[in-house]
Structures are given as C-alpha cells and as structure tokens.
Design a protein around this ligand. Structure first.
Ligand code: MRU
Length: 333
C-alpha cells in the first residue's frame, strides 16, 4: 500500500499524522488522528488548514478509518460531519462528495482518496507553472495568508506560483501580509519562504496601502476558498481590502486556485457562506503555550474569517489548466 508524505501530513496503513499548524513556526509537532472528533477538532481549530489541504485530509482520514476496519455505513455519517466542519472552503465539500461516489467498497474508497491526493499535487503543478508565467524578473509581490505547501499537498496555489518563479531563476521579492487575526502570513508563509530561501519582508495588513502608494508592490497573488460562477471569490479576511487597494493603485491582482475551488452552483459572492469565529481570536492571542488578551473583558467582537472580493477587482484567475480573464470569464466553469 502506498504511503503519502508532504510538508503537512503523513499517511500510511499504520498511522495518519497531521502537522499541527497552530504551533508553527516555533514547534513542529505531528498529531496522530484516530477518530472523528480529533479530525473535526483539527479542522475547526486550524491545526490543518488551507482550502485544498482540508479537503484532501478529510478524504485521507476516511480512507484511513476504512483501512482500520470502520464500516462504510458509519463512515458515510462521518463524511457528512466532516463536510460541516468549515463552511467557506468548497474543496472540503467537493472532495468529500467525490469520495462518497466510491463508497461501494473499502478498496475503492481508499483508491479514490489516494487519487484525490495525487490530483491535488498535479493541480498545484499546473497553477504554479501558469502563475509563474505572470511573474517577471524584479517583481515585488504582495501575498496574503498562507497558500503554499502548508495549505495543499503540493507546492501550493499563489505561493506555489511564487516559488516556481523563484526556482526559474527570477529575481523576486515577496511582501508578506501578517494576516490578522491568526497570523497565517507571519507564522506560516514566512516559515515556508525562509525554508525556500526566497527573499521576503513581513508587513502588517494595514501597511499595504502605504507600500502601494510608494510604488513598492508590482503585483499581488492570493489564493481562494471558493470561486463563484461570476468570478467573485472568498478568501482569508483582508483579501478584499488588498484587492480594492490594487484596483485604486492600478496594480495587477491575481487569484490562484484549482478547479476544485470553483463552485458552479454558486452564482456570485453573495451566496458564499462566510465562517464566523470566536471573539478571543480578536481580543488576544491564545495557544496551548501562551495566552495574551489586550481588549477589555467583555468587548463586543465581529470576527468573519473570510471576505468576498468582487470579480471587477481581479486581473486574472489562475486555475490549474488555464488563465481566465474578464474576456473569457464564461470559461471559469
Ligand atoms: O483559515 P485558513 O488558514 O484555512 O485560510 C486559508 C486561506 O484563506 C487560503 O488563502 C486559501 O485556503 C487558499 S490556500 C491554497
């Protein structure tokens, strides 16, 4: 039986391990996932995160449980619970629905989960190659959140394209938005870029406008959690501000995502469900090791985890198999 290993997961008949992304970059701790509660908790608490990675790991979890002898009827119930764990990223629903077509036998289910894993790697290669074509020598690229090998099982989406351009020898530099409130940029993208030795500078989200005004940003690359039929898309909170700023400063704004992130049933951004998260993510920072609160006790908070960027702010949608612009937007799905 095949064993699978990436920057963020390890899967074999013996065990299924996820890298706990809440502890990065300070600690690289692998957690063993052995039941549904652990898997759902890992998704909800963002130990495993990133639209493509969530979808693939949910499928690999089900395949692993099938290998351990859990019967298909109860696995079908678990599949529904997993689909409900995070509402915005459509890859989770798309991947699990695809797997559910293969619940006729344990062998079929396992083979399909492995195919979904392999497919994500191929999709990443496609996006990275097409996205890198849009990156030129000397570019200063702004990115938001984490969209690399920690968010997929391959090279990534937006960060995959950036890494590919660097591997091609292009002299580039990346501005990394810290990405409040959970700091996926400061903790995870900075960690991945440092590992790859790609030159980068960390900024707070509120600095992007000033950098653009100063002419420091040549283009922006972001990932996505769901692309609607009209090209509106959901991504980590703060993406909409970056897109609006790029529009104002006439800076190209590229969104990179695989075909598994396109939702043909979703007509526009209004129809995308937006996850709301707990207030403590905004009033302070809490992990198993440290806990800091900076807002007065009882402060009222609104914490949408994603926002929707309207199609009009997007220069191009970089999919795994083609680049879509406003001229061929009808080809999105
Ligand atoms: O809440 P997260 O960390 O899962 O959010 C991740 C993002 O918003 C990414 O940009 C998106 O999933 C695309 S990742 C390839």
């Amino acid at each position: 039986m095949k064993t699978l290993s990436t920057l963020s997961l390890k899967w074999s008949p013996a065990e299924f391990l996820l890298l706990d992304q809440t502890l990065l970059p300070k600690k690289e701790v692998w957690i063993k996932i052995e039941n549904l509660d652990q898997m759902v908790e890992a998704i909800k608490s963002l130990r495993v995160r990133g639209a493509p990675l969530i979808g693939v790991s949910a499928c690999l979890y089900l395949a692993h449980q099938a290998l351990r002898g859990q019967d298909l009827k109860s696995l079908e119930k678990d599949a529904q619970a997993l689909k409900a764990a995070r509402p915005t990223a459509v890859n989770l629903m798309n991947n699990v629905d695809q797997l559910l077509k293969h619940f006729s036998s344990t062998t079929d289910l396992i083979a399909e989960a492995i195919r979904i894993f392999d497919e994500d790697q191929t999709l990443c290669d496609g996006m990275s190659t097409l996205g890198a074509e849009l990156i030129k020598d000397g570019d200063n690229i702004l990115t938001h959140c984490n969209t690399g090998s920690l968010a997929t099982v391959g090279s990534g989406t937006a960060l995959g394209a950036i890494k590919k351009a660097y591997q091609q020898g292009k002299k580039i530099h990346v501005y990394v938005d810290e990405t409040r409130p959970l700091l996926q940029g400061a903790r995870l993208t900075a960690w991945e870029l440092a590992k790859e030795r790609i030159p980068f500078t960390l900024i707070t989200d509120s600095m992007a406008a000033f950098l653009m005004k100063q002419g420091k940003v040549s283009k922006t690359f972001v990932g996505c959690d769901r692309i609607a039929k009209n090209g509106d898309f959901a991504n980590k909170i703060g993406t909409y501000s970056v897109a609006a700023l790029c529009h104002l400063h006439k800076i190209p704004f590229y969104v990179v995502g695989p075909r598994t992130t396109v939702d043909p049933k979703c007509p526009n951004g209004e129809a995308i469900p937006i996850e709301e998260r707990i207030s403590s993510e905004v009033t302070g920072f809490h992990s198993s090791k440290e806990s800091v609160s900076w807002a007065p006790e009882g402060t009222k908070v609104y914490n949408p985890s994603f926002d929707v960027t309207p199609s009009e702010f997007v220069t191009a949608w970089v999919l795994d198999h083609k680049i879509i612009t406003h001229k061929n937007l009808g080809d999105l799905c």
